[in-house]
Design a protein around this ligand. Structure first.
Ligand SMILES: [Zn+2]
Length: 378
């Protein structure tokens, strides 16, 4: 893991020397939890030592705790227990770690979206697209075949169907648009893990079409998608024996979560009679609106505005020269969870304030602007 960008990103802050270490220790902890989570899923955890990042995070947290005169976690096991509690409950204070008091790194024993944002040091689709071999392969194959529609169909399937039965997946693979990425789709959708089944049944969530997972009592079921628009609304149940597939975790975080807002925006714009294009030109941006003097939008679903601001300061998206306006659009779920989201984002990244080339707006504001322009046009 490259943590050097944290130090570079905070160079202009001129904050106390302890600042980067708090951010780095939380990033190391998050990263260690993700590595550990992957090892557990692969069934190897019991035979492996804890990831180095967990041990490093424990050592550094111990130093911070001593400096603050509070007790450190006594072991990696205690560290993982601590990671399940909201940061606001921690005795160790981490004011410069870019986390909110109610956020935690683990929930129901699984890494949270916060953990994913912190542990990968990117938390956004573009970063993941560059690094993720599977997404790279889909992009290369569809581009080589000159098949932008296949690329769009692939993205759309991942967003609309994070969980899918074996039969439905086979039907999708027979769709000519998806057939050229069939191998990648098979890799993207492994069979549901044993812990997702209870009494031989796999339960889905009607809010996000993902899974509702059984808690320890095997009677309570929770939707594991933190940005689900209607968490826990019972959807269809499937006998596990019939085969159910579940999109890989990192694809659920990076594609499905932000994608819901992308699809919603494109549909709302189309309903106004305005042309909208999703992921045009193999993902040069998320949505373009209007055929003439187009507006381009990059839709973000980061949970934490300060972390997003930090990432945007490192790299803001490139606006095509023919674009009339450019926006960073924050999804409805994120603004609802964080009412001052846009203000905090603009404070963390002044380059997206009103009047700049790229402006940060909420999903609702963006649609209001589109409607205004559409109504003015003859
Ligand atoms: Zn859900």
């Amino acid at each position: 893991m490259d943590v050097s960008c944290f130090c570079l990103a905070s160079r202009e802050d001129l904050q106390p020397v302890t600042t980067p270490s708090e951010r780095i220790v939380v990033a190391q902890l998050a990263s260690g939890i993700l590595e550990y989570g992957n090892a557990v899923t692969a069934g190897a955890a019991a035979r492996l030592p804890y990831p180095g990042n967990l041990q490093l995070a424990l050592d550094r947290l111990t130093l911070i705790a001593w400096r603050q005169g509070v007790g450190p976690p006594g072991s990696v096991v205690e560290l993982l227990q601590l990671a399940s509690r909201p940061f606001g409950d921690w005795e160790i204070r981490l004011p410069d770690a870019d986390v909110d008091p109610e956020e935690s790194l683990l929930a129901y024993g699984k890494p949270t979206a916060t953990c994913e944002e912190l542990g990968t040091l990117r938390g956004d689709v573009e970063g993941e697209m560059r690094e993720n071999a599977l997404l790279r392969a889909v992009m290369d194959k569809t581009r080589a075949a000159g098949a932008p529609d296949s690329y769009v169909a692939f993205r759309r399937l991942l967003i609309e169907r994070p969980a899918i039965t074996a039969l439905e997946l086979d039907t999708k693979l027979a769709d000519p648009a998806l057939a050229i990425v069939a191998a990648e789709l098979r890799q993207a959708y492994p069979e549901v893990p044993p812990e997702a089944k209870a009494d031989g049944i796999v339960r889905t969530c009607a809010g996000c079409n993902g899974l509702r997972l059984p808690l320890d009592d095997d009677r309570t079921f929770v939707c594991e998608d933190e940005s689900c628009p209607a968490p826990g609304t019972p959807g269809r149940s499937h006998p596990a024996a019939e085969g159910v597939h579940w999109l890989r975790r990192e694809l659920r975080t990076f594609i499905t979560g932000p994608g819901r807002a992308e699809l919603r925006i494109a549909e709302a714009v189309a309903a106004m009679g305005v042309p909208a294009q999703l992921w045009p030109d193999f993902d040069s941006c998320d949505v373009t609106v209007f055929a003439d003097r187009p507006w381009v939008a990059d839709v973000k679903a980061w949970r934490n505005p300060t972390r997003l601001g930090r990432s945007l300061r490192e790299k803001l998206f490139t606006v095509p020269p023919d674009a009339e306006r450019a926006f960073i659009v924050i999804g409805r779920e994120q603004v609802k969870a964080h009412p001052r989201y846009i203000a905090l984002l603009c404070r963390a990244c002044p380059d997206v304030k009103p009047g700049k080339r790229v402006v940060a707006v909420s999903e609702k504001q963006f649609l209001d602007y589109v409607r205004e322009r559409a109504e003015k046009q003859p």
